[in-house]
Design a protein around this ligand. Structure first.
Ligand code: NAD
Length: 503
């Protein structure tokens, strides 16, 4: 099943691919600078068209039985499974992520999410029904909200498209998705797969456009009932501002700066390996990646030495090579931004290893045409410094020491972000305290990164609000209606006397 008919254009409206009528744009492979696809971006008129398609599809789709929606999602999981190899290849071409990550994480994660929401679609429920006043029967209906405008980032394009679209359509909404312009291809494949699975035209639409025009136009659109956004905190703020004018519901999954807290009784080997994997996954372009390791003083030196040794052994190379551990960053502009953080840090901290673009890969191939950057370990940075406080979104780990448990947990919580955190300890009391006190939407103990479809993902503090995945996300794409029936058939109700007459 071929989902890669990109020649027909990068817009997917009412079940058909079409060309954009906005500015020309190229999807570039960051591994070597080659052009993967060329197309035109969506104009604001095309955003209007996509929203109109979503509106037109709404009555049939929101009126379909949960069972029918569930069956469609089950078929979608099968279509995505058939297309797994193509999805992984295209995901790697547009992002530069290692093929082993696309194949073992992005695509199976998306299929599993689809299967989860196929089940969850049949499980929407109002929490209560009964005679609460004595004279009425009340019940709760959970209803679709309408056309959902979804905006996604470039780091996990396929999974982010799935996280936005699946709970929305499982609950009976229709969607206009605007993927990041750098990486629209697997979102277009996902939309095509929806059509092949028998999901009606107009239920899932994709507009590939720039954030400032197509994105803002979608957020402000009067016929869009809810905006679901995943991206950076500054853009999330702008989205929330724009949504205020039409009082839209917003769902904001924003940036992160996850702490990784290693207590002095931790298994050092597990913590070192965990930190390397959790800081370098997807080249560190992961909103939950470990970015700040706080290590209790007795383990500090050994931890730094252990991470530095493993960082030096990481295989950088062609992302299509199954041996490659670390591919390039998503773009040359982003690589330069990441390098800027490291260059400025040299003035106030120590770059222990990395801190440069590699010339050659693990097998001697030339990497100078790609947006590569070496795994970089930084020590000696102050808690209030830029590398500790700011979201770098690259293969960079900053390590800081701490003494008492109070200090470790305080420093871990001391950034504006609160998406994820981990605690490394064998002590049950320490781990329970850490899970209670770490201010983040996800806290791991003795691991850092795994996610599952059944559990919610979302932030605290400036990492946003709203949950992706799980039954919690399904609830967010519904609105709750209280229905109340009079059961007495009495014309003159007792409560009327509060407006006229006496008892
Ligand atoms: P970004 O905020 O620059 O862009 C995200 C999306 O918003 C893109 O589609 C972009 O075109 C669009 N956009 C940009 N300006 C806009 C505007 N003014 N109005 C409407 N839309 C606009 O983020 P990015 O660089 O693509 O992705 C990286 C960021 O995403 C990081 O901050 C990362 O932490 C975050 N992220 C968060 C989660 C999460 O679950 N919390 C998951 C993945 C990524």
């Amino acid at each position: 099943m071929d989902l890669t008919d990109f020649g027909a254009g990068a817009q997917y409206i009412a079940g058909r691919r079409s060309r954009g009528s906005g500015a020309p744009f190229q999807v570039v492979n960051p591994a070597d600078g080659s052009v993967v696809e060329e197309f035109s971006l969506a104009s604001t008129e095309q955003v209007d068209e996509a929203v109109a398609a979503g509106r037109a599809a709404l009555p049939e789709w929101s009126g379909a039985t949960p069972g029918a929606r569930s069956e469609a999602l089950t078929r979608l999981a099968a279509v995505l499974t058939d297309a797994a190899a193509d999805l992984a290849r295209v995901e790697t071409a547009q992002t530069g992520k290692p093929i082993k990550l696309s194949t073992e994480f992005d695509v199976p994660g998306t299929v599993d999410n689809t299967a989860f929401f196929a089940g969850a679609a049949r499980n929407l429920e109002g929490r209560a029904a009964g005679e609460y006043s004595g004279d009425h029967t009340s019940y709760v209906r959970r209803e679709a909200i309408g056309v959902v405008g979804s905006i996604s980032p470039w780091n996990y394009p396929l999974q982010m498209a799935a996280w936005k679209v699946l709970p929305a359509i499982a609950a009976g909404n229709t969607v206009v998705l605007k993927p990041a312009e750098l990486t629209p291809l697997t979102s277009l494949m996902f939309a095509r797969a929806c059509t092949l699975a028998g999901i009606p035209d107009g239920v899932v639409n994709v507009v590939t456009g720039a954030g400032r025009d197509a994105g803002e136009h979608l957020v402000a659109h009067p016929d869009v009932a809810m905006v679901s956004f995943t991206g950076s905190t500054p853009v999330g703020r702008r989205v929330a501002e724009l949504a205020t004018a039409t009082v839209k519901r917003t769902h904001l999954e924003l940036g992160g700066k996850a702490p990784f807290v290693v207590f002095d009784d931790a298994d050092l080997d597990a913590a070192v390996h965990g930190a390397v994997a959790a800081s370098l996954i997807n080249s560190g372009q992961d909103c939950t990646a470990a970015t700040r390791a706080y290590v209790q003083r007795p383990l500090y030196d050994a931890f730094v030495a252990g991470v530095a040794e493993l960082y030096a052994a990481i295989r950088l190379g062609d992302p299509l090579d199954p041996r490659t551990d670390l591919g390039p960053l998503v773009s040359f502009t982003h690589r330069d931004r990441v390098a800027g953080f490291v260059e400025r840090a040299r003035g106030y901290a120590t770059v222990v290893t990395g801190g440069a673009a590699p010339a050659k890969g693990h097998d001697g191939t030339d990497l100078t045409r790609g947006a590569y950057y070496r795994p970089t370990l930084i020590t000696g940075a102050a808690q209030d410094s830029e590398v500790v406080q700011g979201e770098i979104f690259g293969p960079i780990l900053v390590v800081l020491p701490f003494d008492g448990d109070d200090e470790g947990l305080r420093l871990a919580n001391d950034t504006p972000y609160g998406l994820a955190a981990s605690a490394w300890t064998g002590n049950v009391h320490r781990s329970l305290r850490a899970t209670r006190e770490l201010a983040a939407g996800c806290v791991w103990v003795n691991d850092h990164i795994p996610i599952i479809s059944e559990m919610p993902h979302g932030g605290y503090k400036s990492s946003g609000y709203g949950k992706d995945m799980s039954q919690y996300s399904l609830d967010e794409y519904t609105q709750v209606k209280h229905v109340m029936f009079d059961t007495t058939a009495v014309a003159r109700k007792d409560w009327h006397r509060t407006v006229f007459g006496d008892r």
